[in-house]
Design a protein around this ligand. Sequence first.
Ligand code: ATP
Ligand code: MG
Length: 685
Amino acid sequence: RGSYIYRYSSHGLLASLRYNARMGSYGMAENIMVDSHVWVEDPEVAWIHGVVVDIKADQATVKTNDDREVIANLSKLYIKDDEAPSEGVEDMTRLSYLHEPAVLENLATRYGLNEIYTYTGNILIAVNPFQGLPHLYDADVMEKYKEASFKELSPHVFAIGGIAYREMINEGRNKCILVSGESGSGKTETTKVLMRYLAYFGGHTAGEGRTVENQVLESNPVLEAFGNAKTVKNNNSSCFELDGVNDAEEYLATRNAMDVVGISEQEQDAIFRVVAAILHLGNIEFCKGEDADSSSLKDEQSKFHLQMTSELLMCDSHSLEDALCKRIMVTPEEVIKRSLDPLGAAVSRDGLAKTIYSRLFDWLVNKINISIGQDSNSRRLIGVLDIYGFESFKANSFEQFCINYTNEKLQQHFNQHVFKMEQGEYEKEEIDWSYVEFVDNQEVVDLIEKKPGGIIALLDEACMLPKSTPETFSEKLYQTFRDHKRFIKPKLTRSDFTLVHYAGDVRYQSDQFLDKNKDYVVAEHQDMLNASKCSFVSGLFPPLPKESSKSKFSSIGARFKLQLQQLMETLNYTEPHYIRCVKPNNLLQPTVFDNANVLHQLRSGGVLEAIRVKCAGYPTNRTFIEFLNRFIILAPEILKGEYEADVACKWILEKKGLTGYQIGKSKVFLRAGQMAELDAHRTRV
Ligand code: ATP
Ligand code: MG
């Protein structure tokens, strides 16, 4: 009965295209005959439509609209709704036939009309236009949405912002808006639009000066200036991981934004000094020193850059050179000063640059949080979360592991939410919901984070053992998870491992997991920077508490897990609203809609899963009154008698021979396609 199995194990796109797109039970096959308009799978464009010209046993021949003949099993065909409105529908759940090809066609059609927003129930799907659509966001539009109730107007980020805001104010509920999608799909842009609208909705048009609204809005350029980078997937990627950009203008805009979020002029000067120091630091090069395995500055250039770095950081240039070229070893017997070879010195240099930059970035985030958090009157909150999407590259390291772990957690939250909403609705109406199967991704979450015994725990263990290598760590994983369904040891490797994520398999290279997981600042670097005469710099490197001896190990993985737990706790006391951003093509170009690509994102973002949950149950419901208003025309005799509303609804449904629907306490729940059937009767009256 409308059951489905939730399983994503796509080996690349092709396999995922073969994924069975069944969504709920329509008895499709029985309704397909010669002349039926259908969708059939296609390796190029995912789904193509055509007309059935012949049926033999369970094989149909379909003449596609590009004039080819394709033979396919009847069970693999989907009926195409001939009467679907040519401009598409604003809410996918309004599709008469809610299946994968229809969903895709709807998005593509709307995208072609510059309608980039579409609902799936309460989830907003936003397809990146890759071009400015200013009319979408101007003041009139904001005003219109402010006046309207949810779903009264076309789908829009403003509608999501509006309902979150209203429910927060009117019902005192905490809210969060989760904006997700792969890199370049438009999360940050969407978040910015949303924040601007929330500031506007809150009754404060973004004016001049340091209002909380402005601080929130201006926090973006500050974080972007320091956190973003151009990547292959996105020219302005939020990496916290250019031509045609005016540096001077951007610099002024950044300075202005820093003013607004409350960074003082002295602090700003110090920040830019630190950034300049990092740039000089990166230019220092090393050559072999006088002693074996030692290093010294390569040339006059390098000496100049060292001098500049130390002046900008206001620390002693000899200490800086020592900190780069030497390492102090503390053994139980003695303290040894050891020289580093040129390669070791370069690693030390890069480590120092990374440490300073990450401390600086943490400082900025902290500063912004304090400056925004000043508004002590606010007891309710709307959190807006812009998160990096699932990543799967040719080579995947610890960063991808952390990102995908986050996505697993958020996907779980999403699944639970969609499922709970659906179930909650049915329970409230006291109807049966036992048919909804739900397969959770708890298994893979446990595999990663379980304590003890999960991958993060095993990685920490390996980091604490002095003799660990990537191979010993991986060997431990292979042994521990030999029989785990979500873990695969790829052939012919001693250090790679594959995880079966909800969005597909990802093969990780464990070579750098141990190094990247170790979170420590070299003691020499710490001491030198702590001694800086610039209070800003020394403040970034406060003295370490006594007990944290050098050998004590602190792990990035464990810290990441903790932060994620805190985030999930915050999410759990808020009510979520979801925006799923979709990148329509990898060329980053307007008007190009690449079906296979979009389909992959809809699957891995859980959009199809949400639809499937809906379809397996009762995708359409109407209150008794709504239902009667629409369909009383099918049984006007009702008007003559005195019937309870539920009895009247049932009368109509039985008269038209429908089965499988349910009558709740205040609403009629229809199976997939039944609304369309009733509408068809109505047009015939
Ligand atoms: P990452 O995960 O790499 O940070 P992202 O999802 O945050 O990526 P954005 O930086 O928001 O992606 O968007 C990438 C680009 O797409 C933007 O620089 C902009 O050019 C374009 N874009 C996104 N959304 C819109 C929109 N609503 N209108 C116009 N252009 C947009
Ligand atoms: Mg971003």
